[in-house]
Design a protein. Structure first.
Lengths: 585, 101
């Protein structure tokens, strides 16, 4: 009996212990159940939430490719730059922030305050793009509200050659999109592919780790190498500047082409702009007039028609034409020449640039053959050069041609062409009769800019083409309308052209002329061809191509010949030197 | 008893410390890789800047005029890319045949 109370106590203790164990066990059970719920049942949900808070995907922009000339000189490249943004919704005092930012970024405090206040509910607002290093340092010194601003990495396009070939290169806008020229045409090639990476942030939003998963490295843009040679381009640009100064035209353009393969060595236009400062460019300066301006070619078209007529056997090299002493009635129309010519040989019709002679050739050939000649040499359709904005020119369908056309077309009227079309047609004569597609991109790269098939179309026979170059077109420079294009030491061929400006209603603008000159050298094996087109000179009255455009074209050609080490004619040099010796004696 | 408990505890601590050290080393390597990637980006940008500056200094637009006017001293490279000289017939034809060109 004495043990009874002890037994009772022991039973009570055991019960208490069991209760405690049960409670503790239940507690552990609950905790375990919760753990299972968190770690197993709802694992994905919570893991996803945690990941969202810790990780974010950052886009890494690709560095755009460079644009180079044929010698590898930089025409366009890209530098890393930082742009400043703010989070307006986190800014309580827009004026204070605006004044601070405006003081270091050179912006107007009032307009910046207005901008921030007007977008107060937004999460993102650009303040200034592509800051300089000093601006970045100055912004960092400001005590701006935390989490309310930041920098974003971008790229800035630089054009180290300045205005050189501005219209050919084009530019990239503030958002990195190519606008005009090569930048637009090869935008996808140059741009590259943006990448992305997952980064982990701490509670303050700072990046603490770049995670391995799903990392896509950005693919840099590819370089594009042009057929242009900056030195030849510069010769062309300088001559155009001189033309603008001397003749004060509305615009002018120049092209230098290698007739053997269609490589464009220079393509220049005035007025122009500096792609590094696009905000200063005038609306007229954006246009690449070498491919987008159309005009009546005038007399520069004549050799095309004559070569076709000869090749088809319609004309003979030795035949003559009576030029009616400067006045010729053709139906209801009376044609005039600048001088009263009598009988002219076929060569002299081109050398003197007789309109009446050409009208008679037109009568002989007829509209159908004239249309075939124009089409064969690529008029009325785009050349296919790798530049945006090229115009096809105007060559009306044959059924719309009239008896007027028979006289007009052979002298380069009733047809409109771009400077590029014209020089391409002349390149066909210079290379022995093959119409070569002009190209501005050098296709020697083993990349996505695959070599476009070299498109050549036979036009006239080599013999005919050579005769046109070596006789009438050389004589034009020796004793004809293009005497100002003579180059010491080289045998040059060429053709002048002067045409009235077309008005918007289809007629002509009186007193306004387009002067042009196409020339090439050396005659025996042409390596270079140059065209200069001057639109509406405002000084000098009736501005003939031989007077306005020929000196500029010849200067470009002369400098390019020397620069490219194209051998001069030794006979010409010896003859000139002997003549000098005789004079000295 | 104590020895066994101590051994187990030590082993657990050792494993934990080793794990921590390895984790730390992994993080250091990751940081180093990120740092190298950043340095590579900086170097690439620096290369582009220097190349741009070099090209700017040597643009034909800035050199051609002074060269033609003889304002810049012209030194021919010891191993020129092309050995044939540029000939300007305009200059040659202004001199008698006996005069070197």
């Amino acid at each position: 009996m004495s043990n009874f109370p002890n037994n009772r106590e022991a039973v009570q203790n055991t019960a208490r212990a069991r209760l405690v164990v049960t409670i503790l066990g239940l507690g552990w059970l609950i905790l375990s159940a919760r753990l299972i719920q968190l770690q197993w049942v709802q694992r994905d949900k919570f893991a996803g939430k945690a990941e969202q808070q810790r990780e974010f995907v950052e886009e890494t922009s690709a560095r755009p490719g460079d644009i180079l000339d044929r010698q590898g000189r930089l025409l366009a490249t890209t530098l890393a730059a930082r742009s400043l943004y703010i989070v307006p919704v986190k800014i309580s005092d827009p004026r204070q922030v605006a004044e601070a930012l405006a003081s270091v970024l050179g912006l107007s405090p009032d307009s910046l305050t207005e901008k921030i206040a007007g977008n107060s509910q937004r999460q993102f607002l650009w303040i200034k793009r592509r800051l300089t290093e000093s601006e970045i340092a100055a912004v960092k010194q400001l005590s701006l509200p935390k989490g309310a601003w930041g920098f974003r990495d971008e790229y800035r396009r630089e054009y180290p050659q300045g205005v050189v070939a501005a219209q050919v290169i084009g530019l990239r806008d503030i958002d990195g999109v190519g606008r005009g020229g090569i930048e637009e045409r090869f935008d996808s090639t140059l741009r590259g592919q943006s990448g992305q990476r997952h980064v982990a942030r701490d509670s303050r939003g700072h990046v603490i780790e770049i995670l391995d998963k799903d990392q896509q490295r950005p693919v840099p843009g590819q370089n594009v190498r042009l057929t242009l040679d900056v030195v030849v381009q510069l010769y062309a640009e300088r001559e155009l500047d001189q033309v603008m100064k001397e003749w004060q035209p509305e615009s002018c353009s120049a092209i230098v082409i290698d007739p053997t393969n269609g490589d464009i060595l220079a393509m220049a236009t005035r007025p122009t702009f500096d792609p590094n400062r696009p905000q200063e460019a005038s609306p007229e300066s954006w246009k690449n007039r070498a491919i987008a301006d159309i005009y009546e070619p005038g007399s520069t078209f004549k050799p095309i028609i004559v070569s076709y007529g000869l090749d088809q056997g319609i004309l003979q090299r030795e035949e003559t034409f009576h030029c009616q002493n400067g006045e010729y009635r053709m139906g209801r129309r009376v044609l005039h020449d600048h001088h009263r010519y009598g009988v002219l040989s076929l060569t002299d019709v081109l050398v003197k640039s007789s309109n009446i002679g050409m009208a008679k050739i037109g009568e002989r050939m007829g509209n159908e053959q004239l249309e075939k000649a124009s089409t064969l040499f690529g008029f009325g359709r785009k050349t296919g050069i790798e530049l945006p904005g090229e115009q096809p020119g105007i060559l009306r369908p044959l059924k719309q041609w009239t008896s007027y056309s028979t006289g007009s077309i052979p002298m380069g009227h009733e047809i409109a062409t771009t400077p590029l079309q014209l020089i391409t047609a002349h390149a066909a004569l210079a290379n022995g009769g093959e119409l070569v597609r002009p190209r501005i991109v050098l296709h020697d790269q083993q990349d996505s800019i695959s070599a476009l098939s070299r498109m050549t179309t036979p036009t006239v026979s080599r013999d005919t083409a050579q005769w046109i170059i070596e006789h009438p077109m050389q004589e034009v420079v020796v004793r004809g309308t293009g005497k100002k294009a003579r180059i010491p030491g080289y045998q040059v061929f060429g053709k002048t052209g002067t045409a009235q400006c077309l008005s918007a209603d289809g007629g002509y603008v009186h007193g306004k002329y387009i002067s042009s000159f196409v020339c090439g050298a050396p005659v025996e094996s042409p390596r270079l061809l140059t065209l200069v087109v001057v639109n509406q000179s405002s000084v000098g009255g009736e501005t003939f191509g031989g007077k306005v455009a020929a000196p500029a074209a010849a200067n470009i050609l002369r400098q390019a010949l020397v620069y490219l080490r194209i051998s001069p004619d030794e006979q010409l040099i010896r003859a000139a030197a002997n003549w000098k010796d005789d004079e000295l004696e | 008893m104590f020895f066994r408990f101590g051994s187990v505890l030590s082993l657990i601590v050792l494993i934990a410390l080793t794990g921590t050290a390895i984790e730390k080393q992994i993080l250091q390597l990751k940081r180093a890789i990120t740092h190298q990637q950043y340095r590579l980006d900086v170097l690439l940008d620096s290369h582009v800047r220097l190349r741009l500056e070099a090209q700017r200094l040597g643009t034909p637009a800035s050199l051609l005029g002074p060269l033609e006017r003889g304002e810049l001293p012209l030194e021919r490279p010891k191993k020129p890319h092309r050995t044939d000289l540029r000939r300007n017939p305009s200059n040659e034809m202004n001199q008698p045949s006996g005069t070197p060109g």
